[in-house]
Design a protein around this ligand. Structure first.
Ligand code: AMP
Length: 307
């Protein structure tokens, strides 16, 4: 007979072996994943979902870790969605590094990696789109017509396959997060959307799969974006609440940087993304810039440091 303490230790060891022995399943077919998820849900498991386009970095990993904390089962999808790229954008050259991504997912104990085929995920005669009006045509949507329509369409489709209880999105793509929340609310998806903090590199550059495109020189230039947001934060903390002053400050920081072209700087509220005159905790500063040919975005949500 084992003592209570010995039994406790034995169970703990078995649990940890179980966890280690659990092999991640890679699934390519939507219906295969959907069937498994339905069975898991019947047995009471909660499902956390992290949609991505791959080339995983610590930003994506932070979403996985949060999903692992909250849910019994974590599904991560990798799909470079053709519908969210414009005709002159980087769809073809977007990094596809499945072998490395698979290793990362295994290390992070993802339960299901959904890797749909790029050519067959959408039916040849796909006709159905989901679009969140107004919010999709401003800021990044203005510079990238059709982008958010592609995003909401793929996310709605993925939600219907993965049937998650919770889905995890980075605040790095702030406008995307707001649009997804609106879609989920407007169309009554029974899913909780969790926004996760921006993960940055050691020097402040927001992590992005597109950082891979940058040369060393361009990376230095790109750093100006987060630095300009830091300067804005300092000024706000010193009580500068006039949005036009903060706008000018950022503009001054970025305007004459060789190799950097501002796409937009917007100082907006965090629900409808409309311009504000006065900075408050509900304000978010959105920036998009081209560094060489690479389009980078970053933002500062004042909620993080204002009461
Ligand atoms: P992507 O693969 O670029 O489509 O991104 C997949 C998810 O990861 C989205 O919800 C992004 O907002 C999120 N994400 C990307 N970069 C970061 C980052 N630096 N910090 C936090 N989340 C991120």
């Amino acid at each position: 007979m084992l003592s209570i303490k010995a039994n406790f230790v034995k169970n703990k060891i078995i649990k940890s072996i179980d966890r280690k022995a659990k092999i991640m399943e890679i699934i390519k077919k939507s219906t295969d994943l959907q069937k498994q998820i339905i069975e898991l849900k019947k047995s009471g498991k909660t499902i956390g979902f992290v949609p991505t386009m791959g080339a995983l970095h610590n930003g994506h990993i932070s979403l996985i870790k949060k999903a692992k904390e909250d849910c019994d089962i974590v599904v991560l999808s990798i799909f470079v969605n053709p519908k969210q790229f414009g005709p002159n954008e980087d769809y073809n050259k977007y990094p596809r590094v499945h072998e490395i991504d698979i290793k990362i997912c295994e290390e992070e104990n993802v339960d299901f990696l959904f890797l749909p085929d790029e050519k067959t995920f959408y039916d040849e005669f796909h006709l159905t789109y989901v679009e969140v009006e107004k919010l999709s045509n401003i800021h990044c949507g203005k510079s990238r017509p059709g982008h958010f329509k592609g995003v909401t369409t793929v996310v709605a489709k993925l939600f219907n396959i993965v049937l998650p209880d919770k889905a995890y999105f980075g605040k790095k793509d702030f406008q995307q997060l707001i649009i997804i929340k609106k879609m989920v609310n407007d169309l009554s998806f029974p899913i909780e959307i969790i926004g996760c903090p921006i993960v940055r590199d050691f020097d402040g550059l927001a992590l992005s799969s597109r950082n891979k495109y940058l040369t060393d020189e361009e990376r230095k230039i790109a750093l100006k974006i987060s630095q300009s947001l830091n300067k804005a934060k300092e000024a706000i903390l010193k009580n500068e609440k006039d949005a036009s002053m903060i706008y000018d400050l950022i503009l001054n920081e970025l305007n004459n940087v060789d190799g950097l072209k501002i796409d937009y700087i917007s100082i907006v509220d965090d629900k409808f993304l409309e311009s504000v005159k006065t900075i408050s905790k509900n304000t978010v500063i959105l920036i998009a810039c081209f560094v060489g040919k690479t389009r980078l975005i970053d933002n500062l949500h004042c909620e993080e440091f204002l009461n």
